[in-house]
Design a protein around this ligand. Structure first.
Ligand code: PAP
Length: 336
C-alpha cells in the first residue's frame, strides 16, 4: 500500500486552526516526497524520518503529536522498542498504580487486554483532531514506541519508564508479529530479509541501537526521570522491578502492603501464564488507529533466548558484532 497525501477531512474550528493544520499536511506531504525509504515489515515502505525508520502513519502522528499534544508534568510514559515486553509492562504499571481500585479476585485485567489499560500515543495521534486527554486522571499514563529524540522537548519534565530487550529476541518476536499483520497485497516476508534489514537498522522505529541509546544516555543523567529496564531483569526479578516501578511512579508500597503480598499478587496477575490463558486475551481484539490486532498476538512465548530456534550461528555472530560496535563506549550491554 503506497502512502497517500493527507488533506484535511474534518471541518476545523477557526481559520487559524485550519491554517495550522494545513501547514502540517503540507509538511507531511513534502516529507513523503523527500525522505529516503526502504522496505517495510508490515507496510510496503518505511521512511527515514530524522534518523529513524518510521511507518508513514506514525510520521504524520509524530507531526500531530508535536503540534497538539500537551504533556502535563505528572504524565508517565512507557516507552519501548517494539516487541520488548510493552504488553507486560503495561499490565504491571497499570495494576501497580491502580492497586487500591481493584481486587485481585476480580480485576480489570481479567476482562480487558493489557493493551487497553492506557493509550498508545502513536496511534492516538494518527488523525486530526487528537484527543486532549483531559478526561484522564492524574498521573496520566501513555505508551509510545517513539525514540526520545522524536518526542517534544516539553516532555522533559515527565517521567519515562523505558523497556528494552535482547535484540535477537526482539528481532524474532518482531518478525513473527509483523509477518502476521503484514498487508495482504505484499509478498511474503522471509526471516532472512527481516534479519538483513534489522542489521541495517531498518525496522519500525529502528535502528534498534539508536532507539535504546536515545533513552539510555539521558537515563544516566536523570534517573529520577527515566527508569531504564530490561525485559530480562523483569523476568528474573519481577517483584524487585515492581517495587522499583512503584517508587519511581511516586506510589511506593507500604510495609503492610508488602507483608500482605500485594507485590506478589501483581506479579502473578501479570504473568505470561495468567494473562495468556484469560478468555479476553485468547479471543479479544484491540484497535490501534485503523489496525485491529487480536490480543493473543501479544502473547507468543514470553521467554528469554527463543532466537536460538530461529537464527544460525553465523547470524548470531553478525548481529552481536553490530550491536557491540553500535553500543561501544555506552556501558549498555545485553546478555546472550
Ligand atoms: P508490542 O511492541 O507490539 O506492544 P510487546 O508487548 O512489546 O509488543 O512484545 C511482545 C512480547 O512480549 C512477546 O514476546 P515473544 O514474541 O518473544 O513471545 C510476548 O510473548 C511477550 N510478553 C507478553 N506478555 C508477557 C508477559 N506477561 N510476560 C512475559 N512476556 C510477555
Amino acid at each position: 500500500m503506497s502512502h497517500q497525501s493527507i488533506i484535511p477531512q474534518t471541518p476545523l474550528e477557526s481559520k487559524e486552526h485550519e491554517d495550522h493544520y494545513n501547514k502540517i499536511c503540507k509538511d507531511y506531504n513534502h516529507l513523503m516526497e523527500t525522505m529516503p525509504k526502504s522496505n517495510g515489515w508490515r507496510v510496503e515502505h518505511l521512511y527515514n524520518y530524522n534518523g529513524f525508520w518510521i511507518n508513514p502513519i506514525y510520521i504524520k502522528a509524530n507531526l500531530l503529536l508535536h503540534a497538539y499534544f500537551k504533556p502535563q508534568p505528572t504524565d508517565i510514559f512507557l516507552a519501548s522498542f517494539m516487541k520488548s515486553g510493552t504488553t507486560w509492562l503495561k499490565a504491571l504499571i497499570f495494576s501497580t498504580l491502580t492497586r487500591h481500585l481493584y481486587s485481585f479476585s476480580d480485576h480489570y485485567l481479567h476482562h480487558h487486554g493489557p493493551q487497553s489499560t492506557f493509550p498508545f500515543l502513536d496511534s492516538e495521534c494518527e488523525s486530526y483532531p487528537i484527543s486532549d486527554f483531559t478526561h484522564m486522571c492524574s498521573p496520566r499514563l501513555f505508551a509510545t514506541h517513539f525514540p526520545r529524540t522524536l518526542l517534544p522537548e516539553s516532555m522533559a519534565s515527565c517521567k519515562f519508564v523505558y523497556l528494552c530487550r535482547e535484540p535477537k529476541d526482539v528481532l524474532v518476536s518482531k518478525w513473527v508479529f509483523m509477518s502476521k499483520l503484514r498487508e495482504k497485497d505484499l509478498p511474503p516476508f522471509s526471516l532472512d530479509e527481516a534479519f538483513d534489514l534489522f542489521c541495517e537498522g531498518v525496522s519500525d522505529y529502528g535502528p534498534f541501537w539508536e532507539h535504546v541509546l536515545s533513552y539510555w544516555r539521558p537515563s544516566l543523567e536523570s534517573s529520577e526521570k527515566i527508569l531504564f529496564l530490561k525485559y530480562e531483569e523483569v523476568k528474573r526479578q519481577p517483584e524487585v522491578v515492581v517495587r522499583r516501578l512503584a517508587t519511581f511512579m511516586g506510589v511506593p508500597f507500604t510495609t503492610e502492603e508488602v507483608e500482605k503480598g500485594v507485590v506478589e499478587n501483581i506479579v502473578k496477575l501479570c504473568s505470561f501464564e495468567n494473562l495468556s490463558n484469560l478468555e479476553v486475551n485468547k479471543k479479544g481484539v484491540e484497535k490501534f488507529g485503523k489496525v485491529e490486532v487480536e490480543n493473543r498476538e501479544f502473547f507468543r512465548k514470553g521467554v528469554i533466548g527463543d532466537w536460538r530456534n530461529y537464527l544460525s550461528d553465523e547470524m548470531k555472530q553478525r548481529i552481536d558484532g553490530i550491536i557491540d560496535e553500535k553500543l561501544k563506549g555506552s556501558a549498555l550491554i545485553f546478555g546472550a
